[in-house]
Ligand binder design. Structure first.
Ligand SMILES: *Cc1c(COP(=O)(O)O)cnc(C)c1O
Length: 364
């Protein structure tokens, strides 16, 4: 391995904070040990601060972001419940798949890849859906979808938001924006390796829980006693102790630096990267005004590739010669765009400088 210290500038994971790596070294204790329960409570409280919510039911699901997606859908959607889903990339598509497996009646509102979803189009799609679901930060395109206007106009619907690539990276206010169910991931902007999915659930969403969700493992009513149950904790499943240590440490870094300072660091890195790319003749892919700082998408500069070198060759060379990972395009834009992440500990100016310098050396 040429570069053990890889710079992870793909669509995720970002580099973990050093404090997080250190946390994995702590001794493993029992999942009902009072010291562990205390650490879990503290982790949940830190999550409330980062999610900007007072929801008591806030905790990390023991699996990756997609499990958070599945958990939030399966607890509020049963056969024939109506859900409106915004789709402008891979993760909106995944939401439709998950919702239809719950037996729900799925109404899609599509926008082009690279464009943002019109909040009003979601609100107009059905007069009384049980759930309106949308991705905040579409990692497959680098687009930010507006959430607050949906919360304002949602009426009795529950608002379900994918915050996997937004939590800790860009402003996100669960309570103020009227979000009822949200899930995230540890490996994007929180600077922790993959493995947990922080979720938060409003009291209104709890009132809307289906009687018997079609999943045992992800049934929030059953998990709640173990993860947020105060003094009466009982076994539900064995918490991944070391991952909780890691999340606790990552959230600690974010809160110590200050949530708004961390978001500002992501914004500065994204701005500098996007300006640097434009100066070099790149065309940015995501709609202006909706560009994520933590995930930059740009069209592959095919006129600047050396003779006989493909875009995938350039990405391979970045990895082998410079230790930098960036991502390729997915779905309709496979082979046409690059996706560059500045997430968590990766969101540092020096990483932006390193990548732009490497591109200057590789491209013609
Ligand atoms: C990464 C990602 C997911 C899926 O998370 P996994 O941890 O890969 O399961 C879901 N939604 C968005 C927007 C993502 O970026």
């Amino acid at each position: 391995m040429l570069h053990p210290d890889r710079v992870l500038m793909g669509p995720g994971p970002g580099n973990p904070y050093p404090e997080v790596i250190e946390a994995f070294g702590r001794p493993v204790i029992g999942h009902l040990d009072p010291d562990f329960i205390c650490l879990l409570d503290e982790t949940n409280e830190r999550l409330r601060q980062v999610f900007q919510t007072s929801n008591p039911l806030t905790f990390p699901v023991s699996a990756t972001g997609s499990a958070g997606m599945e958990a939030t859908f399966v607890n509020v959607l049963g056969p024939d419940d109506v859900v409106v889903v915004g789709v402008n990339g891979v993760f909106g598509e995944r939401m439709c798949d998950v919702a239809s497996r719950c037996g729900a009646d799925v109404i899609r509102v599509d926008a082009e890849w690279g464009a943002a979803i019109e909040p009003q189009a979601l609100l107009d799609a059905h007069p009384s859906p049980k759930v309106i679901a949308v991705v905040h930060a579409e990692t497959s395109t680098g687009v930010r979808n507006d959430i607050a206007p949906i919360g304002l106009g949602k009426g009795d619907a529950l608002l379900l938001v994918d915050c996997v690539t937004s939590l800790g990276g860009i402003p996100l206010e669960i309570d103020r924006w009227g979000i009822d169910l949200a899930y995230s991931g540890t490996q994007k902007c929180l600077g922790v390796p993959p493995g947990l999915s922080p979720v938060t659930v409003s009291p209104a969403a709890i009132s809307g829980f289906v009687d018997k969700p079609q999943s045992w493992y992800l049934d929030f009513s059953m998990i709640a006693n173990y993860v947020t149950g105060g003094g009466t904790r009982a076994y539900h499943h064995t918490a991944p102790i070391s991952m909780i240590y890691a999340l606790h440490a990552g959230l600690g870094v974010v809160l110590e630096e200050g949530l708004s300072n961390v978001q500002a660091r992501h914004q500065e890195c994204g701005d500098r990267l996007q300006e640097g790319l434009v100066q070099r003749g790149f065309e940015l892919f995501a709609q202006e005004g909706h560009r994520l700082p933590e995930l930059t998408s740009a069209l592959v500069p095919s006129n600047r590739l050396p003779a006989g070198v493909s875009e995938a060759d350039v990405r391979r060379q970045l990895l082998s010669d410079y230790g930098i990972e960036i991502g390729g395009g997915l779905g309709p834009v496979a082979g046409q765009v690059w996706r560059i992440g500045c997430m968590g500990h990766t969101a540092r100016q020096r990483n932006v400088t390193l990548l732009l310098g490497a591109l200057d050396e590789i491209l013609i």
